[in-house]
Design a protein around this ligand. Structure first.
Ligand code: BES
Ligand code: ZN
Length: 974
């Protein structure tokens, strides 16, 4: 019901009949007032959808679908119209019908009937006055002749038709080449999240509008069909020759974005590990990829069971199908009971997929299965709380993967990776709070970003640590049980956790989870604490401000306040395993940060380190003396007295503080120096990620020679220690394997050891193989390094050889590895042609276009080509991505990372202004990209000199340099 009509009815409460079934007239509803926002009215809610879809998947007869939906609706308040979503569908308005159900209706039993019986059983048909379409809001508005009565049920029947295009959203088509049939074969599949169900059938396309679904799929008998629920029956279609109609069981109440169906000729393998309650678990793929489904079939049921135990709630559906789709926009999608994946995210083949690729598969499966509880069973009320879905799925997936593969020791790495990533991303002024107000629907797809996923996951981890295992687990389980088959907002989660935390005394009674966590989800950014030790009194004073990468900040930019769980460790006890808060940094009244004083700290000769194992999302800046103590330990044989996660944070914080000019590069470089004795992956990853940012800005500067020599100096010992390129790691640990690959990647790039030489040799051996598609002498987990180096050193022959392997490969993981390596070339024409090919979907799938572009843009030679390509072909890129053009962020960001001049800023701003239509679905990404270029520019203007001075002095001493030397020389220089 429109707001105006509701208002009238409230006024006329005493004359209720006026609002109940009275004829409406053209003049009584000022329609333009109805769509002042993009949310559906709540006066009508769907209860059940009966959906029949005919899929036409034929090269000669064309691609399309047609269908009918009967939506049973409840009227919660008198309504003069039915407003629902619909986009890009053809509907003949005069075929739309409205029925009123008898007051006491055994609705469920009616759903069992065939559509003809079903219609007969509907009560009286109600006249429809008119139907209006509002494309700007994707609305279809049905005006009944009479106002709809409160507490009655109605059924609307809408026949519709749509295109089965290759857009990767809505109900779309994908294809693959089948070896046996020697031809291209089509399939049709859905991708509805966040707002694409409306492109497949008219519906109330908002997460809170949950309903049950009865789905029937009509298709040619050469195909099979799948949907959320098990098949109930399959019958031949009377009216269309060679077509069958598959009817599926009724779903549980669920949101539209989780509905899925698929028509394909795929085969399946059933998981051998049977679930206790007989949840049938099947993995579907194209016939030629059926040799790659075993791993998913093994880990899927295991991790599902892990969640059942963790959440203490059984998986409610009788089956789960997981299917690998050849063309798929995202990585995977958690549709209830029918999870769809990109091939690289589900399929695994030993000897072709690297350990990292295997880890990715485990991670994605664990993530999507976690959604079956977080997202599917309990759904966010509105997209504002998307992070409840994605943050939770990301966090619990890391627990799931650790359960599946304890030998990988992946948990630390994943937490550090997420946190350090957020430290960079969320330091932008153009970041956004975890919980975001959604104004325009274009914003929804943009928040599937690092904030919802990684920051969401980091703050849940933080909460897990300060609440402790038991409170967290029970609280989460209670929350899920309380809101199952319904929706929740973050306050509901805080309430469930607070209740348990208080009863278990893991949080003081006067403190609620909401008070703490609101400071992390409602505000943008995160804090840096400044620790000032008083060495005479064995105490410290701590203050907090928002950390920003922009050196030009005002007080209002940084005067924020968070509830920070403090943990700290000293060099005597070295108790890095504390995870509960030893103390809290509070926000005083009116959210004003309080200065915190900590007593009983150790003597002057001992360091203190805050944030044990990065259990909180905050950076730290210490006083200089404490830094000296830390640097001394790092550069001594006792460096492992500091936990490796904290070694990573120390490097990251020091490099960041130097980047923004809050601290000189002396401390940061003194920390980097200790790396010559470091052998763990996590600190190295932190250091190299930071050096990569510096490298990008120095690559075209006169300092590059010195910088290169410095990086070589730091890398030399570790290249040998990890075994170089010739001795692949035998470790089962994921970090060890990733470490070797990362160190070799840098070593080859910076010409350390025999890296390039050996890579070229290995690649040449591969090229000489008579059956290179079957025999590959390059060690599996070093392939990315070897391919990239050989392509960088090679010419057309090497490039074409690898391209042919790409074309011939039947393994997604292998293809994606090759796609990245092909961009390492230094031949401009090859790269230029490669960029052109990326927009040609017969050569590179649409889903991979951004990877090709990003790969080329991140390379030294490729950057200029990619930049020109982007500026000149922006319309063609837009066209290729269309209609899901939010993915244009993935083009602009890798460019921005390397742009730093005033001219760059000007050019980018101009492009964004002139082509504003192209960027309208990626406004957030564009803002972040522009800010990145501006920050790079600031670094060049303000920090470059400091960095350069210190680096040159180090060089003069053969890089054998200490913080004390640095200080002395700096004093002399001034
Ligand atoms: N719900 C998302 C899929 C999605 C992403 C839908 C973006 C609409 C827009 C799914 O659960 C997901 O998060 N997939 C990730 C993989 C995951 C392991 C991080 C993806 O697609 O990258
Ligand atoms: Zn997800």
């Amino acid at each position: 019901m429109s707001k105006v009509a509701t208002f009238l009815c409230v006024l006329l409460l005493s004359h209720q009949t006026l609002c109940d079934g009275n004829e409406t007239s053209e003049n009584s509803i000022p329609e333009e007032k109805m769509y002042d926002d993009y949310r559906l009215p709540t006066s009508i809610t769907p209860e059940n959808y009966k959906l029949e879809i005919i899929t036409q998947l034929n090269d000669t007869q064309g691609f399309g679908f047609s269908g009918v939906v009967w939506i049973t609706m409840n009227v919660n308040a008198f309504a003069d119209n039915i407003t629902l979503h619909m986009k890009n569908l053809t509907i003949e308005s005069d075929k739309v019908q409205l029925f009123e159900l008898p007051q006491v209706t055994a609705n469920d039993s009616m759903i069992e009937k065939s559509s003809r019986d079903y219609e007969k059983s509907l009560n009286e048909e109600r006249k429809i006055r008119k139907i209006q379409y509002v494309p700007k809001h994707d609305y279809m508005i049905i005006y009944p002749a009479k106002i709809l009565s409160k507490f009655r049920k109605y059924v609307v029947k809408i026949p519709f038709e749509g295109d089965l295009d290759t857009s990767l959203i809505g109900y779309y088509r994908s294809s693959y080449f089948d070896k046996k049939a020697q031809k291209k074969i089509w399939l049709a599949v859905t991708q509805f999240e966040p707002t694409h169900a409306r492109e497949a059938f008219p519906c109330f396309d908002e997460p809170e509008m949950k309903a049950t679904f009865d789905i029937s799929l009509v298709h040619h008998k050469m195909y099979n069909s799948l949907s959320n629920m098990p098949l109930k029956e399959s019958k031949e279609m009377e009216k269309i020759e060679d077509f069958v109609v598959d009817t599926f069981e009724t779903t549980v109440p669920m949101s539209t974005y989780l509905v899925a169906y698929c028509v394909s000729d795929f085969e399946y393998k059933e998981a051998t590990v049977k679930m206790k309650d007989d949840v049938k678990f099947r993995i579907y793929a194209r016939r030629d990829a059926m040799d790659q489904v075993d791993y998913a079939a093994e880990v899927g049921p295991k991790v599902l069971k892990f969640y059942e135990d963790y959440f203490k709630i059984k998986f409610p559906l009788p089956k789960i199908d997981m299917i690998a789709i050849p063309d798929f926009g995202a990585g995977a999608m958690e549709n209830w009971g029918l999870i769809t994946y990109r091939e690289t995210a589900l399929l695994y083949r030993a000897n072709a997929s690297t350990l990292s690729a295997k880890h990715r598969v485990a991670e994605v499966i664990a993530h999507e299965l976690a959604h079956q509880w977080f997202g599917n069973l309990v759904t966010m009320k509105w997209w504002t709380d998307l992070w409840l879905n994605e943050g939770f799925a990301t966090y619990v997936a890391s627990l799931g993967v650790a359960y599946l593969h304890p030998e990988w020791k992946s948990l630390d790495e994943e937490s550090v990776d997420n946190t350090l990533h957020i430290f960079k991303f969320d330091a932008l002024k153009a970041s956004h709070p975890v919980s975001v107000t959604i104004g325009h629907p274009n914003q929804i797809s943009q928040i599937f970003d690092a904030i919802s996923y990684s920051k969401g996951s980091c703050i849940i981890r933080m909460m897990h640590k300060f609440l402790g295992e038991e409170s967290f687990q029970i609280g989460v389980s209670n929350y899920l049980k309380k809101h199952e088959y319904a929706n929740a907002k973050q306050d509901d989660l805080w309430a469930a956790l607070t209740e348990v935390a208080h009863s278990q005394q893991s949080l003081p009674n006067e403190l609620s989870v909401k008070e703490i966590m609101d400071t992390w989800t409602l505000q943008v950014g995160y804090p840096i604490i400044k620790v000032h030790r008083n060495y005479d009194e064995n105490s410290a004073e701590i203050t907090q401000t928002r950390y920003l990468s922009d050196r030009f900040k005002t007080r209002s930019d940084v005067e924020f306040c968070w509830w920070i769980p403090l943990t700290y460790v000293d060099s005597e006890t070295r108790e890095f395993n504390v995870s509960h808060a030893q103390d809290w940094m509070k926000c005083g009244k009116e959210n004003i940060p309080e200065m915190k004083r900590i007593e009983n700290l150790p003597d002057k000769d001992q360091w203190v380190i805050f944030n044990a194992q990065l259990s909180g999302l905050y950076k730290i800046q210490y006083d200089r003396w404490n830094y000296k103590l830390i640097v001394k330990t790092l550069n001594s044989e006792n460096f492992k007295n500091i936990h490796q996660i904290n070694r990573a944070q120390l490097i990251d914080d020091a490099m960041d503080l130097a980047w923004v000019g809050e601290q000189d590069y002396g401390i940061a470089l003194a920390m980097i120096n200790y790396l010559r004795q470091e052998d763990e992956y996590i600190p190295w990853k932190s250091a190299l990620d930071n050096l990569r940012s510096v490298n990008r800005l120095l690559i075209r500067s006169e300092l590059y020679g010195v910088f290169k020599a410095y990086v070589q100096h730091v890398l030399e010992p570790i290249y040998e220690k990890v075994g170089g390129i010739s001795e692949p790691s035998k470790s089962e640990r994921l970090d060890a394997v990733k470490h070797q690959s990362m160190i070799c990647g840098w070593s080859c790039r910076f010409g350390v050891g025999d890296c390039v030489e050996k890579s070229v040799e290995l690649f040449a051996r591969w090229m000489k193989e008579t059956e290179p598609d079957h025999v590959n002498p390059v060690p599996l987990n070093l392939r990315s390094v070897v391919y990239c180096s050989a392509i960088r050193m090679g010419k057309e022959a090497e490039w074409l050889f690898l391209w042919t392997r790409y074309i011939n490969s039947n393994v997604g993981a292998e293809k994606s590895l090759i796609i990245s390596s092909l961009s390492c070339s230094r031949e401009q024409w090859l790269l230029g042609r490669y960029l052109d090919w990326s927009l040609n979907s017969t050569l590179v799938r649409k889903q991979d276009a951004a990877s090709v572009f990003g790969g080329v843009a991140r390379e030294e030679i490729g950057f200029h080509l990619a930049k020109n390509f982007f500026f000149e072909k922006i319309d063609a890129i837009h066209q290729t991505l269309s209609p899901d053009t939010s993915r244009i962020s993935r083009f602009i960001k890798p460019l921005a990372e390397q742009m730093s001049t005033e001219k760059d800023i000007h050019e980018l701003k101009e492009l964004v202004t002139v082509k504003h239509k192209v960027f309208e679905k990626s406004t957030l990404g564009v803002k972040q990209a522009l800010e990145t270029v501006e920050l790079n520019n600031q670094w060049k203007l303000n920090t470059y000199m400091d960095f350069s001075r210190r680096l040159n002095r180090m060089m003069a001493r053969n890089f054998d340099y200490s913080l004390e030397d640095d200080e002395q020389e700096e004093a002399k220089a001034i």
